[in-house]
Design a binder for this molecule. Structure first.
Ligand SMILES: [Zn+2]
Length: 168
């Protein structure tokens, strides 16, 4: 009973954040984005300002401001999903490597205060000066094409920690 009340309170809190949080708006389908995958716990979509083609975001549906707000088992599920998605991303864009990044707090350059993990494909020649490649604005159509390719490379059942998710 208590657990149910806590869950209901968390749900209500999450809904309350929806009007101010960009990712909560995206989760509620209020903004056009290129989604790769969504279930009751996670959303995976293309970054609108990619560093490289295939730049993907993995985020929890619930509005957690930082990784420290999440339980260990939720973090484990999140990062298990990151590895599953990264495999498909690397294959889809034929990357030579990839970075995984996740910022917590303004001091760490977190722009949207809703936990999200970046999967950034890297290529041998993408940083001749040793610096990060610059971000750019991508066309929604191009993002959707890449999202379709990544989705087609996901396994039919996503085996994430102790749960199995059917591909949408
Ligand atoms: Zn949010």
């Amino acid at each position: 009973m208590v657990k149910k009340i806590i869950k209901l309170a968390q749900y209500t809190l999450n809904r309350n954040m929806s009007s101010t949080c960009l990712f909560c708006c995206i989760i509620e389908n209020k903004l056009p984005v290129a989604k790769i995958y969504q279930d009751s716990d996670f959303l995976v979509l293309m970054d609108k300002y990619p560093i490289n083609t295939g730049h993907t975001l993995v985020l929890p549906i619930y509005h957690y401001e930082s990784l420290l707000c999440m339980s260990y088992s939720e973090v484990a599920k999140l990062y298990s999903l990151v590895s599953v998605i990264a495999k498909a991303v690397v294959s889809a864009v034929n990357a030579d490597g990839f970075n995984v990044g996740q910022n917590n707090g303004k001091a760490a350059n977190q722009i949207i205060p809703h936990v999200h993990v970046h999967i950034i494909p890297r290529f041998r020649d993408d940083s001749p000066d040793g610096k990060w490649p610059g971000r750019r604005v991508a066309k929604l159509e191009d993002l959707k094409n890449t999202a379709n390719k990544i989705r087609s490379l996901l396994p039919p059942v996503l085996d994430i920690q102790d749960r199995k998710y059917l591909k949408a």
